[in-house]
Ligand binder design. Structure first.
Ligand code: DGP
Length: 120
């Protein structure tokens, strides 16, 4: 784990966050700067900087992150009306935290395109 990774610190309880789910492989917590009424970040415990750093051996883990998003979406009652899952990768996508994460967004109509005007 790099010393300066905010999400590793949250996972290791060195930094506070509102954790809403955790298991052996993943942690989910509320985004500090929510772009929607429901804005949860689903992160692997394993430090993987970006989508580009995924290895073949991570395929199961990435699938698991989506299953966690499914569970969290149901827990936060956005499953019926719908929600969006986004992964930003690199500068043009506006990635600011270099620890792989899924944004789970819902609780309002997300009618914009995939463009990032806080649409994440
Ligand atoms: P991005 O790297 O652009 O895909 O998004 C990173 C997200 O992480 C951004 O929406 C804000 C959130 N974030 C950054 N620092 C913290 C933090 O210390 N705590 C929490 N809960 N969220 C954070």
């Amino acid at each position: 784990m790099p010393d300066d990774c905010i999400f590793c610190k949250i996972i290791n309880r060195e930094l506070d966050a509102e954790i809403v789910y955790e298991d052996e492989h993943a942690v989910a917590f509320k985004d500090i700067n929510p772009a929607a009424p429901v804005h949860i970040l689903v992160v692997p415990r394993k430090h993987i900087p970006t989508l580009l750093d995924l290895k073949k051996e991570d395929e199961g883990l990435v699938g698991h992150l989506h299953t966690v998003a499914n569970e969290v979406a149901r827990a936060f009652n956005v499953d019926k009306k719908g929600f969006r899952v986004v992964i930003n990768c690199g500068a043009d996508a506006g990635q600011i935290v270099f620890h792989l994460h899924l944004h789970l967004l819902g609780g309002r109509p997300l009618l914009q395109t995939m463009a990032k005007g806080r649409g994440v």
